[in-house]
Design a protein around this ligand. Sequence first.
Ligand code: SAH
Length: 212
Amino acid sequence: MHDPAKIQLIMELRRGGIRDPRLLNVIETLPRELFVEQPFRARAYDNAALPIAGGQTISQPYAVAFMTQALEVGPRMKVLEVGTGSGYQAAVLSRLCRRVYSVERYRSLHDRAEERFRALGIHNITSRHGDGMKGWPEQAPFERILVTAAASRIPTTLVDQLAEGGVMVFPLEKNPGAQVIMRLTRTAKRIETCEMIPTRFVPLVEGVAQDG
Ligand code: SAH
């Protein structure tokens, strides 16, 4: 790893409490420049969200790392991601678990992300164009669910698709403009939630997008 921007980013993530060596290794080796649009390639290792199609963003690396760490993904797990976007978060997850199912409401983003998975030879991501708020009932239950767009309340349809002992991490818009990353655990008897850190994500929107 000789790219100074990359070294800087990994140091920043470590300082921010990202300690999981497997995760840091994935971020180090996965080419984020392939997930950002051409004009932003030079800034691919900035710790910043960057614009993608449909007025959406590829999430900030720290947010990706923090949420992935909070999810505690294991190598045998089946994970659902809501909000494929660029496909970067799904690609990170794919290196840490058995299979990723990812849903995106913009067809154009879904298509581009699939091309990237193919180009990178990633074979354990199944993605589809649709409304991720409905989850992926045919594949439920999931050991882990990661939502990468901000919900205005706990997405109960997704909680229903979580396995017993499963964990869901999602940004929640508590008040207009004030979001927090939430970690939710489903036990046999109840749902436990824990507020983690403030954050900023694009909104979770119901239904598929009309982007031709
Ligand atoms: N995980 C992405 C982050 C993209 S931003 C990445 O790594 O690049 C969040 C994405 O969620 C956007 O692409 C947005 O279109 C999508 N989204 C919002 N609401 C959705 C919904 N109901 N179903 C599926 N995708 C949704």
